[in-house]
Write a protein that binds this ligand. Sequence first.
Ligand code: C5P
Length: 242
Amino acid sequence: MNASRGASRVVALVPAAGQGVRLGESRPKAFVPVGGIPMLRLAIDGLLASESVDEVVVIVPADLLDETRALLPVSPIPVRVVPGGAERTDSVRAGLDATPAATHVLVHDAARALTPPDLVSRVVEQLRSGSVAVVPALPVTDTIKSVDAAGAVTGTPDRSALRAIQTPQGFDAELLRAAHATGVQATDDAGLVELLGAVVHTVPGAAMAFKITTPLDLVLANTLVAQREPGPNESREAVPAP
Ligand code: C5P
């Protein structure tokens, strides 16, 4: 089982306190249903199914605390809900403040709702083998170009040296706390620890861990959920209608 491996305590933070509605839906993204289940719930189910985390802390807008608690799975692994802050970094910091006993912290996007549990395990295993920061990475298939403000191409980086980075991102808890104590705002937690000079290791990512960002992503995610069998933590009947 997950708990009590030595003195280690792996806590997964799921920042979902943004009001972002880029999907074109009327709800904050994490609460948009995929296959009838809120993305946030699917993301939590994946973390729990990995059997690699000892606790999950979900960070949501203050006015959605009760709604969030109502959609949580029944689980022997504690899942807590805390209010977020103005920026994503503030929300992650609120999650860190709620978990003083964590030795390792995962930060996971609710929008990566279909992340396979074995990807979560891969990140945790890499942390346990001594890495202080771990990110799932996939090779880039498109050619990537840099452009200037007018859209003119300024360069073509070597694609073989590029990776698309997913979540969960895993960290030694002390390192992540130090990174967040700098007060720098970032879209990515690994970016913060890179600024401290820490080495960030990659593990192989997973296509199913794609981020549901656009309406097309939502169509794909709905199709994929419709095709799969519910996992052990996914009792669809237990989820109230959104
Ligand atoms: O807006 P963006 O896509 O960068 O948000 C990334 C993640 O951070 C989302 O899951 C969003 O809910 C979360 N977030 C947050 N608190 C904020 C802003 C964003 O937890 N204040």
